[in-house]
Design a binder for this molecule. Structure first.
Ligand SMILES: [Zn+2]
Length: 391
């Protein structure tokens, strides 16, 4: 393995390494980027179109976010990366002064199905907006992200569904490796970190080889791709148990793309993942599903129309400080726009607070002992099961 460089645009320090007894691979660290510091393990809310849907930048900050994700594919198509660059870059454009990670666009492009064709040089695809034809190459994906000016850019990859046949996974993984090298060669912005993506599906040997290959390149961080799709939690755990031990002595942050339920985040932290992103907390919020300790409640349920209690007693979010379940239930029924803002504020606050609890437990050296309590909070197991397991 060549010595990975962690460029000046990203410095990662492991503050609390996994314990020597191997009871967990969870660790805590600090990732220093051009626009600020990110404590890990950390969750990144997704701002697809340079906005976390329904929230202002102040709402995002108040919810506890220290870094957000924006989608390269969407911003390339609309309003266009060159326009954003002319307007001062993505941070200025959306008035978010904290760190931003842009994904490579690979996931969106490749998930277009019949609307795209992948070859060794890149991906030709039809815009989901107007049907116009476009072509993404590893070099263009880097150019677009450099124009956007994110703190972290990600190399173009070819993700496939975890359940894809082995030959499909193998070909996409090989192509991802070649594109990783081309992305590094194309990248020139010194104030921007570049992460590479591991593929390999659910095939242990392909996953291991991809981890070793991507880790041998001078990326600033390692993304674990091709999961958080149609695999079972057990299959995901198995893939992580292949990849993460190979990175045990690697000084760079590990980012599992696309995972977002509290229960899933907890198990992946336990297996050694540092960074996450997902639309899930915001998407379910807009459907009236509010995450609370022990599970979720559905504000579209009639019984909440007469409930004067806050959604969660001890929650500091905009919703819970000022409004009742009854009021939010009413807003959802009336399809009032404020419902989406309040519900999203809550679910992101819950998620980011959950990550803060995980970090605190790791830093206190009590993470393995607190797993049961955290699983109960995440709704993974009921409090009754938790009581039995800790008894
Ligand atoms: Zn709340």
């Amino acid at each position: 393995m060549t010595t990975p460089h962690i460029g000046p645009a990203a410095r990662y320090e492991v503050l609390v390494p996994p314990p020597a007894d191997a009871s967990t691979r969870a660790r805590s660290g600090r990732l220093t980027l051009t626009h600020g510091v990110v404590e890990t393990p950390q969750f990144m809310p997704v701002g697809t179109n340079a906005t976390v849907k329904a929230l202002s930048p102040d709402d995002i900050r108040t919810a506890g976010a220290s870094i957000i994700l924006a989608n390269t594919y969407h911003l390339y198509l609309r309003p266009g990366h060159e326009r954003i660059a002319r307007l001062g870059g993505l941070h200025t454009f959306m008035d978010w002064d904290g760190p931003i990670l842009t994904d490579s666009g690979g996931f969106q492009v490749v998930s277009l199905g019949d609307l795209r064709v992948v070859d060794d040089d890149g991906v030709t695809f039809r815009s989901h907006l107007d049907g116009s034809t476009h072509r993404f190459t590893p070099e263009l994906a880097v150019d677009v992200q450099e124009a956007l000016g994110s703190d972290i850019a990600v190399a173009l990859d070819q993700p496939v569904f975890p359940s894809s046949p082995r030959a499909v996974v193998a070909e996409a993984t090989e192509r991802t490796h070649r594109w990783a090298e081309r992305s590094l060669a194309a990248h020139s912005r010194a104030d921007q970190a570049l992460f590479g993506i591991v593929q390999g599906g659910l095939e242990p040997d392909l996953r291991a080889a991809s981890t070793q290959f991507i880790a041998s390149l001078p990326f600033d961080g390692i993304c674990i791709g091709g999961l958080a799709g149609d695999e079972t939690p057990e299959q995901r755990d198995t893939a992580l148990d292949v990849a993460i031990p190979l990175l045990a002595d690697d000084p760079r942050p590990r980012y599992l793309m696309g995972l977002g339920s509290p229960a899933d985040l907890l198990e992946a932290v336990h297996r050694g993942v540092d960074l996450f992103d997902s639309v899930l907390p915001a998407r379910v919020a807009r459907n009236g599903q509010l995450w609370v300790p022990g599970g979720r409640i559905n504000l579209r349920n009639e019984r909440f129309l007469d409930d004067p209690a806050p959604v969660q007693d001890d929650c500091p979010c905009l919703l819970c400080r000022r409004f009742s379940r009854a009021y939010l239930a009413h807003l959802f029924r009336a399809r009032e726009l404020l419902a989406y803002r309040l519900a999203t504020c809550h679910n992101l606050t819950f998620t980011l607070d959950f990550m803060a609890r995980i970090r605190a437990a790791i830093q206190a050296g009590t993470f393995p002992a607190k797993m049961t309590e955290l699983r109960v909070r995440a709704g993974r197991i009921s409090s009754g099961e938790g009581a039995e397991k800790s008894a």
